[in-house]
Design a protein around this ligand. Structure first.
Ligand SMILES: Cc1cc2nc3c(=O)[nH]c(=O)nc-3n(C[C@H](O)[C@H](O)[C@H](O)COP(=O)(O)OP(=O)(O)OC[C@H]3O[C@@H](n4cnc5c(N)ncnc54)[C@H](O)[C@@H]3O)c2cc1C
Length: 380
């Protein structure tokens, strides 16, 4: 069995690196993906537009939607290189990796015509309005309501922890369209323009960064009925597939591995001790990162073969990634000492070690999935 990348895949990786070097901003740093200023948002948009022109934004999309039917492995390589370079696509990894594909799978011809070119050209930012104050791990407890009134839905409610809401052009929103139905039925997905009247975005200050998470309030927001994605009341399958794609669509292990390399280099340069103990620590952290990488590859293979079926490897991959980032963060602190707290890369890993264990479904919920789907253990 040959575990190496093919010559074409290697060449693709080189092309992506080359594009990052040519179009990426040299100032783009570990926290810039949050788009804290309008200038950063524009830098990010310009970068994605340049990628799109080179066929490097959505290469794995079908040709009819602006891709070239590249393999999921090229998509993975793209993700690794982008995350390794502090994700210069900003939030666009979401539209490219799972919101666009959801529109391809469930969208009407009109929705596809409107949204897919915008995403494939690198023109739009999306946010994902799933979680609510009392509906996170148990998403089916959501209460935000979309009530049909003629040709519109009137949306009222609150979303929380919404990443990039401050910069987003559209929201991939989940709302309850049948309050009488069983919890997982009666939920629908709406593609909502963020400039709709009645939407208010508030930033939630937190240790992870200025714009990582927000509250989004919907007050009598009128959304055209043509924005309904898929069948009314039937959004749950769409959600499960999107969440599985989200869990494997972010190559955080690559960022973590590069941050570990940087911590070792910086510790040595600063004259910090680097004896057998430190080498063992660094070696173990590296091993955790490589395990996360390999399990992510297994989850990509699962995505290729499982289709719409259950995707247990996506949760296993997520658990391994959280563990790897935690090891990188702890190891950076050990190697660098207190300066790790002001070292941009180490500091980002320390913050990410907390947030990554919550976002896209908490670490504990992923372990529950592993127990149930992979180990066949009983619920609870
Ligand atoms: C950085 C970041 C970005 C995010 N971005 C988005 C976004 O863009 N869009 C969006 O919709 N959401 C987003 N989220 C929200 C995220 O999906 C939720 O925070 C997550 O699903 C957990 O939900 P919760 O916060 O309500 O916690 P809760 O569900 O209240 O969980 C609290 C604790 O209880 C544990 N727990 C709960 N139920 C169980 C159980 N059955 N078994 C074992 N343990 C359990 C959890 O593991 C957790 O430790 C983001 C979160 C973070 C941190």
């Amino acid at each position: 069995m040959n575990f190496e990348w093919t010559a074409e895949e290697q060449a693709f990786r080189e092309a992506v690196r080359d594009a990052i070097a040519r179009y990426g901003s040299p100032e783009w740093g570990p926290r810039d993906f949050e788009l804290t200023t309008p200038e950063l948002a524009e830098t990010c948009r310009a970068f994605c537009r340049a990628l799109a022109k080179e066929g490097l934004l959505t290469p794995n999309w079908p040709k009819e939607y602006g891709g070239r039917d590249a393999s999921p492995w090229e998509q993975l390589i793209l993700s690794e290189e982008m995350h390794g370079a502090f994700e210069p696509r900003g939030p666009q990894y979401m539209n490219v990796n799972w919101i666009g594909p959801a529109i391809m799978a469930y969208g009407t011809p009109r929705q596809k015509e409107l949204h897919l070119p915008l995403i494939a050209n690198g023109d739009v930012f999306w946010c994902q309005g799933f979680s609510e104050p009392d509906a996170g791990s148990d998403l089916s407890a959501m209460r935000t309501a979309a009530v049909r009134d003629g040709d519109t839905y009137v949306v009222n409610g609150q979303k929380i922890w919404t990443s990039y809401a401050h910069a987003a052009d559209y929201c991939f929103l989940l709302a309850r369209t049948d309050p009488t139905a069983e919890a997982r039925r009666g939920i629908s997905a709406l593609l909502v323009p963020m400039d709709s009247a009645g939407i208010e975005v508030r930033t939630i200050p937190n240790i992870a960064g200025a714009h990582v998470i927000h509250e989004v309030f919907f007050r009598d927001v009128h959304v055209d009925a043509s924005c309904l994605l898929g069948a009314e009341n039937d959004g749950w399958a769409l959600v499960l597939n999107s969440l599985a794609n989200e869990r494997i669509g972010i190559a955080r292990f690559e960022r973590s591995a590069r941050a570990l390399d940087a911590a070792v280099a910086n510790a040595r340069q600063a004259g910090r001790p680097f004896g057998p103990c430190e080498k063992e620590l660094a070696g173990r952290a590296l091993a955790y990162n490589e395990v996360a990488r390999v399990l992510n590859y297994a989850a990509v293979q699962e995505r290729i073969s499982a289709g719409e079926g259950p995707r247990p490897a996506a949760s296993i991959s997520r658990v391994a990634t959280v563990t790897a980032i935690r090891r990188t963060a702890e190891t950076s602190l050990e190697l660098l000492g207190q300066p790790a707290l002001v070292d941009p890369e180490a500091d980002e890993q320390l913050a990410t070690a907390t947030t990554v264990a919550i976002a896209a479904g908490s670490y504990e919920m992923q372990l529950n999935n592993v127990a149930r789907l992979s180990l066949n253990l009983p619920k609870g």
